[in-house]
Design a protein around this ligand. Structure first.
Ligand code: ADP
Ligand code: MG
Length: 627
């Protein structure tokens, strides 16, 4: 029996097109062929379970071998096999209606995964690396005859009697000249490690099936090019496929080490396991964060029934959880659609909120069960939590009970605890609660000390997310505003009724203002006279909270371009009640007055790290003269 036929697609030769467009991703041919082989073993297993196959199952497995001399790669399995009719049906009739549609569609496709999935080209990806492909197969069905199919990459194929004696399928790729890199143990091992590490049946790599190198050895046994026989390269039962109850902490930690050999132990993990309304398993780890967040992104691996797909999970995992590590496995994530479709997919949306909920529940549990341990991890967890609260309302609603605010004394409070702590002292005359924060405790130390002297607590908001978090908290918390500690002098940060009386007369005040205006003489610095506590500094330089925030947002590209282009504007607050001010007034010498004013102003700048360059040099020289 021999039959020739034409593969039913309406183009002369589709394979050069496939090759050309999928070139960058050619290595996935192995993933596709091994997946098919694995599917075949899973199918025979199911048939046996259903009682539709009563023969021996044997040890189900997939073998990959290569022969450098013959330039072949062989993928064989003892799955269900195919009859000649089935080859015609499943292999020859490529699952798309025609070359026109294909030509139309691949233009939009961004990567090979899209094309291969959408057009059912899994098997045909073999032609990316081979100029001839052979199938030897024997179906499990009673009385089935072995079949042999051969195709040279044109639309012509040949089907004839095969030579397999055992149930299963063997695919032989005659590797083309451009793809000889794949005829290397190292290269194949690398691809198998990437895609096949957790496949559900043993994958054996290195065993030669037919091809014998140089005849026989001394004992008369065939000599193989590669001596490593029965080298199983995969873990068929990775932890995410097991029930959480079966697993110990060590198992999770060991798996983490297996995935990321060079990483420190993770802080904790979440085992995902749902069947309905979508199927999703996986383990997500919270890593110890390093300074460089970007390097830590894209560490979650996406699998579909234990076949590795990608570590680009951007649209499946909520953005704020992209720093997590681990594995998710779901056959319900569509792989063959574009990114924008993926975001709109209802399963993906459900998976997204499921993961968000699981993470929130886990954090709530840690917080509740061991507050101390939770606080110890807060530096690492805090970033996720704040990012999540800012970006997802649903997460905010859960996290508001376990987010921690840390003050400059390194004490942690929940939102409610903090409110209770500061309410009495930090409520202004209109009943508005004012939270005070610093984003740079060393630079703003003088302000922090002044605020503390007034009995105000100062929160530490110095992580990259805090600029957003501060604005977000302000929107969410009732009758509460947040002010950076240097937004005003301590006496004015929280508006109270108990304003201090002026020591200076109006006339004196005008005079002092004039002296400072003249001495400073810079348009960006606006002098104002205030009657503050005599113990406060004589001069303080502040920037309005609103203005500063707008500028911060603009700097981060928050669409506040207008504010970004505004020059910095500072307020120079002169403490009319300070002794130095009285002294300046008393001094008759204008030169001395100006020197003292300049000195006091420079000291204010200095304490905030704003005094640099020539101004700093001038300050040092003047100080030397003064002593
Ligand atoms: P898909 O796997 O998405 O169905 P493929 O192009 O990868 O598309 O494979 C087409 C079909 O060929 C499979 O559905 C299966 O019926 C058949 N097939 C491919 N490889 C094997 C194999 N090793 N054993 C049995 N059947 C196979
Ligand atoms: Mg397939």
């Amino acid at each position: 029996m021999q039959e020739k036929g034409t593969i039913s697609i309406h183009t002369e030769n589709i394979f050069p097109i496939i090759k050309k467009f999928l070139y960058s991703d050619t290595e996935i041919f192995l993933r596709e062929l091994v997946s098919n082989a694995v599917d075949a073993t899973q199918k025979i297993k199911r048939l046996a379970l259903l009682g539709q196959y009563n023969g021996e199952l044997g040890d189900l497995r997939v073998e990959i071998a290569f022969d450098e001399k013959a330039k072949t790669i062989t993928i064989s399995d003892n799955g269900l096999g195919m009859t000649a009719e089935e080859i015609k049906k499943y292999i020859n009739q490529i699952a798309f209606s025609g070359a026109t549609e294909f030509m139309e569609k691949f233009k939009e496709a961004k990567d090979a995964n899209e094309i291969i999935g959408r057009f059912g080209l899994g098997f045909y990806s073999a032609f990316m690396v081979a100029d001839k492909v052979e199938i030897q197969t024997l179906s499990y069905q009673d009385g089935a005859e072995p079949a042999h199919w051969i195709c040279d990459g044109s639309t012509e194929f040949e089907i004839s009697e095969g030579s397999l004696e055992e149930r299963g399928t063997e695919i032989t790729l005659h590797i083309n000249a451009e793809s000889e890199e794949f005829l290397s143990k190292h290269r194949l091992q690398e691809i198998l490690d990437k895609y096949c590490r957790f496949l559900p049946v043993p994958i054996i790599f290195g065993k030669k099936t037919d091809s014998v190198e140089d005849g026989v050895d001394e004992e008369g046994k065939p000599k193989y090019t590669d001596v490593e026989v029965d080298n199983v390269i995969n873990d068929t039962n990775p932890i995410w496929t097991k029930a959480p109850a079966e697993l110990k902490d060590e198992d999770y930690l060991a798996f983490y080490k297996e995935l990321y050999p060079f990483s420190e132990d993770p802080l904790f993990w979440i085992h995902l396991n749902v069947d309905y309304p979508f199927n999703l398993t996986g383990v997500l780890y919270f890593p110890k964060l390093k300074k460089d967040f970007e390097i830590q992104r894209n560490k979650i691996k996406l699998f579909s029934r234990q076949v590795f797909i990608t570590d680009e999970v951007k649209d499946i995992v909520p953005e704020f959880l992209m720093l997590l590590h681990g594995v998710i496995d779901s056959p319900d994530i569509p792989l063959n659609v574009s990114r924008s479709f993926l975001q709109a997919d209802s399963n993906v949306k459900k998976i997204n909120s499921y993961i968000t909920k699981k993470v929130a529940d886990k954090l709530a549990e840690l917080f509740k069960n061991d507050r101390k341990a939770y606080e110890d991890k807060w530096t690492d967890i805090g970033l996720f939590v704040k990012y999540g609260m800012v970006s997802e309302d649903k997460f905010y609603d859960k996290a508001k009970d376990f987010v921690l605010l840390t003050n400059t004394a390194k004490e942690n409070f929940t939102l409610n605890e903090y409110k209770d702590k500061v309410e009495a002292v930090q409520t202004d005359k209109d009943g508005q609660l004012v939270y005070i924060y610093t984003n740079d405790p060393s630079k703003q130390d003088a302000f922090i000390q002044s605020a503390n002297r007034k009995g105000y607590d100062v929160l530490l908001m110095d992580s990259p997310i805090d600029t957003h978090f501060v604005s977000h908290l302000e929107q969410k918390l009732e009758k509460t505003s947040l002010k950076r500690v240097d937004a005003d002098v301590a006496d004015k940060l929280i508006k109270k009724d108990d304003a201090l009386a002026h020591v200076l007369t109006e006339e004196e005040a005008t005079k002092v203002k004039a002296i400072f205006d003249k001495a400073i003489n810079r348009p960006a610095y606006k002098v104002e006279l205030e009657s503050l506590n005599p113990d406060e500094l004589p001069v303080t330089v502040t920037m309005d909270e609103f203005m500063r925030r707008m500028k911060d947002m603009a700097a981060m590209g928050g669409g506040m371009g207008f504010y970004g282009s505004m020059p910095d504007n500072y307020k120079v607050v002169v403490n009319g009640n300070h002794k130095l001010v009285s002294r300046i007034l008393q001094d008759e010498n204008e030169e001395v007055q100006s020197q003292l004013a300049k000195q006091a102003f420079d000291l204010a700048l200095l304490s905030q790290g704003l005094l640099t360059g020539a101004d700093l040099t001038e300050f040092v020289n003047r100080s030397v003269n003064l002593i």
